[in-house]
Design a protein around this ligand. Structure first.
Ligand SMILES: [Zn+2]
Length: 678
């Protein structure tokens, strides 16, 4: 019997992959990797790109091509068996990573290349691969004495386990709760689409009436539209206490102790490497230069936003008071905000949905990038995927050359992690003269189609799709030949959100909306007066939103910077302190937001959540070049493609930005787009 995970020649064989394949395949590949390293080092005294780096890249690529579908399916099709298999491999992969990172012989071989004659002849991307490798040896503890090295390795293994456990708890807590509704009266205020989804959910579970869940397309409409205050409070409470010691699943999936442990291990690892704290360690691979610079940046934005946010909240309070509600609670804010938006601009996300049927939006997205970069995107049938809703697409450039391919999985469903993301399935590299086509996973959690109608997206969902597609283009359009720095690989994390947030801008442009929108019944484009109302409403409560993002970013960064072994992580008190300083809305005491903050405790954004705002300075400023030259200006598009999208992590982000924009970034465009310009 052959193991489908070991056949890494083409696309993953999703339908053939079973949990029992996982550990044997990964173990075998890691053993092969170890053997390869020893073989490459044995007897060699003259290390070169060809006899060391290239074969190691080939091996890494095989491992990631086997692991990618596993971690992907664990995220979108989670089962107990797959989860166990996945979790069993985490310590193996972590051990392997640290082992190679601490391999003295391997380190010396890289050093020999770095100081040798050949280095001068390598191209920019190759040099960067070598430089990054030396940096990563250091970050894996190569300089440490033996006991510290082995402690470091232990920490890395334990961290990978805890981070996975954190995410599992959030997913389980989300799945564990639902609310059956038997009287339609209770759904008063809820738009038809949300009722239909609740009805469909009930039918899928063989239940009567309607079923509400904590998946976002179910949760959010209740918060924004349900007239029943108690129902809103009930869902809010269930949502914000997920994976905590409170709420309807209190203690069952509690992440409290896991977070403490993660914080303490991160700090210990950072100290071992010679950093004062994990925030400093985090910046070792980022564009930002110091922790003070990051804090200063965030606090400056908070200062600029706060007066406007206070005014926005005051407007909301006044509005609620006029409706007879004096006591504005957290579960009232989205509801009254939505009604205020209606009153001020006569617009709602719900009203926009009929204009954004799924197929039209996708076609419009493809047409937009077609015009910007001269690309053509076609659907490809007959590809093996993990779910019937998943589609597969191929990108060609103007010369007809295939540049990349992607899987698209748009809709929310049980046992799929929430949120939206892009991940790589296959990375571009050139081996034996042939190009390996980059392949991406593009994952969203949008409202699924109801009955026989097409899926209808909110404008916010359209923006999310453009965002993830921006990441996808970064991954797929790269022209770098070495996997370590091609696509999003090796890109400083605080610059990674540049291509994604950049793409969002087109969702607000009339000419682009004509491509993206078309009423699902009449095909009519968004009418001029509706477009005008959208524009007016664009910065509705934007200062409050800005402060929320800054609150998350400051909380994350200070938490990691200020860790004190004698006092522990102080997670709640740090969050409370940040809120006291910058937030205008204080959530209730039982809010356990931090217990489901997967970006930071279950993913790669630790001491890096600030990256969104940091990169937004870059993305807003980059887009302003299109505001100046025309949003479909082919020449500007070509320049963005060549200077940013194609370059991957081969050069420093600041250098690439300056090449595109002709100068360093300024904060002006971000402030202007957010309605905060002085
Ligand atoms: Zn993103």
């Amino acid at each position: 019997m052959s193991n489908p995970l070991l056949d890494t020649a083409g696309l993953p064989h999703f339908s053939a992959i079973a949990p029992e394949h996982v550990k044997p395949a990964i173990s075998q590949l890691l053993d092969e990797g170890r053997a390869l390293v020893e073989r490459l080092l044995a007897g060699n005294t003259n290390f070169t790109w060809e006899n060391l780096v290239a074969p190691l890249e080939e091996m890494d690529d095989r491992i990631s091509r086997a692991w990618s579908p596993v971690s992907h399916m664990n995220a979108v099709l989670n089962t107990d068996a797959l989860r166990n298999a996945y979790n069993e491999c985490l310590p193996l992969l972590s051990e392997y990573g640290t082992e190679l990172g601490q391999h003295e012989g391997l380190y010396q071989a890289y050093r020999q290349i770095a100081i040798g004659q050949e280095y001068q002849r390598l191209d920019t991307a190759q040099k960067k691969v070598i430089d990054n490798a030396l940096r990563d040896f250091r970050l894996s503890g190569i300089d440490l004495d033996a006991p510290s090295r082995s402690r470091f390795k232990e920490i890395m293994q334990e961290l990978s386990r805890l981070v996975s456990k954190y995410s599992d708890n959030v997913l389980d807590a989300t799945n564990a709760w639902h609310r059956q509704i038997t009287s339609e009266q209770q759904l008063a205020g809820l738009p038809e689409s949300a009722r239909a989804l609740a009805r469909q959910t009930a039918q899928q579970r063989n239940m009567d009436g309607w079923v509400l869940t904590l998946e976002f397309p179910s949760y959010y409409p209740v918060m924004a539209y349900a007239d029943d205050r108690e129902l809103r409070k009930e869902l809010y409470t269930a949502y914000v206490t997920r994976a905590s010691e409170l709420g309807p699943t209190a203690g069952l999936y509690d992440n409290g102790a896991t977070m403490e442990k993660i914080m303490s291990l991160r700090h210990e690892a950072a100290r071992l490497l010679g950093y004062d704290n994990f925030a400093e360690r985090s910046l070792a691979t980022k564009m930002a230069e110091s922790t003070d610079q990051v804090i200063g940046f965030l606090e400056d934005l908070a200062r600029r936003s706060k007066p406007a946010a206070q005014q926005e909240l005051e407007d909301l309070r006044t509005f609620a008071r006029e409706q007879g509600h004096d006591d504005l609670q957290a579960w009232d804010i989205p509801y009254y905000s939505e009604r205020l938006r209606q009153q001020k601009y006569a617009i709602s996300q719900e009203e926009l949905k009929p204009w954004f049927p799924g197929p039209q939006v996708l076609g419009g997205l493809f047409a937009t990038v077609g015009r910007l970069y001269g690309l053509q995107i076609e659907a490809v049938d007959g590809i093996d995927t993990w779910h019937k809703d998943v589609t597969f697409h191929r990108i060609r450039d103007a010369s007809g050359r295939v540049r990349g391919e992607f899987f698209l999985d748009l809709y929310a469903r049980p046992h799929k992690r929430g949120g939206a993301w892009m991940d790589d399935c296959t990375t571009r590299r050139v081996a034996a003269g042939s190009v390996q086509t980059p392949v991406a996973y593009l994952i969203c959690n949008f409202s699924p189609p109801i009955g026989n109608e097409p899926a209808l997206f909110t404008h916010e969902e359209v923006i999310t799709l453009f965002h993830e597609f921006g990441h996808g283009l970064h991954h797929m359009l790269t022209q770098i030949d070495y996997a370590g720095v091609s696509g999003i690989n090796g890109v400083a994390w605080d610059a990674v959100e540049l291509p994604s947030q950049f793409m969002e801008n087109w969702c607000w442009e009339r000419d682009a909306l004509d491509l993206i929108s078309g009423h699902y019944k009449s095909g009519e484009k968004i009418p001029a007066e509706l477009y005008e109302r959208m524009q007016h409403a664009r910065n509705f409560q934007s200062a409050m939103q800005m402060l929320r993002q800054l609150e998350f970013a400051l909380f994350d960064f200070r938490l990691h910077r200020d860790y004190d072994p004698n006092r522990g992580a102080r997670i709640r008190s740090t969050l409370e302190q940040v809120r006291k300083e910058i937030a205008v809305v204080q959530p209730p005491d039982f809010n356990r937001f931090e217990n489901s903050f997967t970006h930071v405790f279950g993913g790669g954004y630790a001491a890096g959540y600030y990256s969104y705002k940091w990169a937004e300075v870059l993305s807003a400023d980059a887009f302003s070049a299109f505001e100046e030259s025309g949003i479909f200006n082919r020449e500007t598009g070509e320049r963005f493609l060549r200077s940013i999208l194609e370059q991957g992590g081969s050069r420093e982000p600041m250098e690439l930005f300056v090449e595109f924009r002709g100068r360093e970034p300024t904060i002006d465009a971000l402030l202007r787009h957010s309605g905060l310009a002085a």
